[in-house]
Design a binder for this molecule. Structure first.
Ligand code: NAP
Length: 159
């Protein structure tokens, strides 16, 4: 089973502010949808609370010490991934937030990281990706007309 982290970060590594994402990029949301539909999405409790609506056709898995009624919850990424493995998923996505990404680095095979070429004010950050362990294999550069900034879709593979 491939374990993939998917995130979008600003130039200063900000990923969130006051439990929200400080930008809207339509194409990045489509990119997220294309990759994650049909696969389980593992997230921290804050990220779960921050989602504006239900993301359909994906099993939600929430990391928390305080189970949320009606949802599959675990206390660790390892338990969540073991569950995905038992359910025969071929991919599992770690979708944030900062705590999940930090710990997720050691569990992941691939990082799909949207990098915005503009700094944002925020309170949560994407971790540094250790160059010794990860290789940047693809960069697709884009321009967001609605935001008037450049960004890129980057793929990192664990060496
Ligand atoms: N830009 C992006 O791509 C992106 C993606 C996702 C989220 N975000 C942003 O990130 C922010 C939320 O991130 P956050 O770091 O504050 O919170 P988070 O990681 O979503 O949630 C933190 C909580 O989740 C549980 N948790 C997290 N990691 C865990 C682990 N490894 N093992 C066990 N439990 C774990 C704990 O819950 P309990 O305290 O209940 O035990 C912890 O208090 C928001 O601003 C959101 O909008 C941005």
């Amino acid at each position: 089973m491939e374990v993939i982290m998917i995130a979008a970060m600003a130039q200063n590594r900000v990923i969130g502010n006051k439990n929200d994402i400080p930008w809207r990029i339509k194409e990045d949301f489509q990119h997220f949808q294309q990759h994650t539909i049909g696969h389980p999405i593992i997230m921290g409790r804050n990220t779960f609370k921050s989602l504006p609506g239900h993301l359909k056709d994906r099993e939600y898995i929430i990391l928390t010490r305080f189970p949320i009624s009606g949802y599959t919850c675990f206390e660790s990424i390892k338990e969540a991934l073991d569950y995905c493995h038992i359910k025969n998923y071929n991919k599992a996505f770690l979708i944030g937030g900062a705590k999940v990404y930090e710990e997720g680095l050691k569990h992941s095979d691939t990082i799909l990281l949207t990098e915005i070429e503009k700094p944002f004010k925020g309170d949560t950050y994407f971790p540094e990706i250790p160059k010794t362990d990860w290789k940047l294999t693809e960069i697709v550069r884009e321009y967001s007309e609605e935001n008037d900034f450049n960004y890129s879709f980057n793929t990192y593979i664990k060496k």
